[in-house]
Design a protein around this ligand. Sequence first.
Ligand SMILES: NC(=O)c1ccc[n+]([C@@H]2O[C@H](COP(=O)([O-])OP(=O)(O)OC[C@H]3O[C@@H](n4cnc5c(N)ncnc54)[C@H](O)[C@@H]3O)[C@@H](O)[C@H]2O)c1
Length: 335
Amino acid sequence: MLKKKIFDKYILITGGAGFIGSHLVKHFVNKYKNYFIVNLDKLTYASDLNYLSDIDENENYSFIEGDICDLKLLNNIFIKFPIKYIIHLAAESHVDNSIKNPLNFIHTNILGTVNLLEVAREKWANCSGQHLFYNISTDEVYGSLGKDGFFTENSSYLPNSPYSASKASADHFIRAYGKTYDFPYIISNCSNNYGPHQHLEKLIPLTINCIRAKKNIPIYGKGDSVRDWIYVLDHIDAVDTVFHLGKTSETYNIGSNNEWTNLVLVNKICDLVDEKLGTKNSSNLISFVSDRPGHDKRYAIDSSKIIQELNWKPKHSMIKGLNLTIDWYLSQPPS
Ligand SMILES: NC(=O)c1ccc[n+]([C@@H]2O[C@H](COP(=O)([O-])OP(=O)(O)OC[C@H]3O[C@@H](n4cnc5c(N)ncnc54)[C@H](O)[C@@H]3O)[C@@H](O)[C@H]2O)c1
C-alpha cells in the first residue's frame, strides 16, 4: 500500500491566484518540496489561475476556490489539512474601486481577515509547536509623506483611502489578537509592487497596454505623486525571508528605495516600449485627468530593519524590473 506523504509544513496562502500571490505560491511550491501549499482564492476579476497552470499537478500543492469570509469553508480546510502557517494576501486591492465601493473592501479586507484570525485562533489554541499568521500589508496604511522623510515601522497609521483604511484595520485586528490572545503573527508593509501578472487596472500595465493600443494614457492630476516601486520578485524574496527568519509580533517594512513621480515613470515606460516596438513618441499619448480624491502625495519606505536584522536586500534595479515587466506584457495577447 502507498504511504501518504507527510510534509514538514502545511501553509495556507490566501489570494494566491492574484498578482503577488501567484508569484508567492509558485515560489514556495517550487523551492520548498517539503512544504504543502494550500492556495485559497475566490477568483475575483483580479485573479488568473493560468499563472499557476505549471504547478497544478505538483504533489505539494492544492487549490481551493472559495471566500475567506466563508467560516464553514475555512473550518473544513483546517480539518482537511494540518495548517500551522498562514500567509494572508487575499484582498480587494485597487484604491479606485475602494472609492467607488468601500463596502466590498470592508467585507473582504476586514471581515475576511478577522474570520481567518478566528478560525486559526480556535484551531491553534491547544496545539503544540510553532504557528504563524503572516499578513501581507501595505505602506499605504501610513498615509502620505511630504517632500522629506520615510515611513518606518514606528510611523503612525494615517490611512487616507477606503482601501488603506481597510488594510490598516486588518493590521490593527492582527496586532490586537497578538496582545489579547498571545496569537503568533508577523506583519510586513510593502511599497508599490510591479511586474508580470498584475491586473491591467494598475498604472504600469495600464500604461504598457495603452501604448500598445495607441490609446490615451490617463495620469492623475499633474503626475507629480511619488511612489516607491519594488519588483514583485524582490517582494517575494522578502516574504520568504520574513516567513523563515522574522520574529513573531514584529512588523517589517519592505521597499526598494526607488522613488519615481508617476509622470517620470510613465515617460520612461513610453521610451522603453517605443524602443522594443520600434514606435515613436508614445509619450504624446499622456493625458492628464482629474486627480483621485484624497490622492496620497508621496510614499517612501525605510527598509533598514529587514536589511539589517534579516539580511534581505532587493536585487532588481527599476530599469531591469521594467524591462522584464514590459517584455512579459508584450508577450501576452493584446486585450
Ligand atoms: N500590489 C501592491 O503593490 C501591494 C503592495 C503591498 C501590499 N499589497 C497587498 O498584497 C496582497 C495582494 O495584492 P495583489 O496586488 O496581489 O492583489 P490582487 O488584487 O492582484 O490579488 C488579490 C487576490 O485575492 C483574491 N481575493 C479577493 N477577495 C477574496 C476573498 N474574499 N476570498 C478569497 N480570495 C479573495 C482575488 O481573487 C485575487 O486573486 C493584498 O493584501 C494587498 O493589499 C499589495
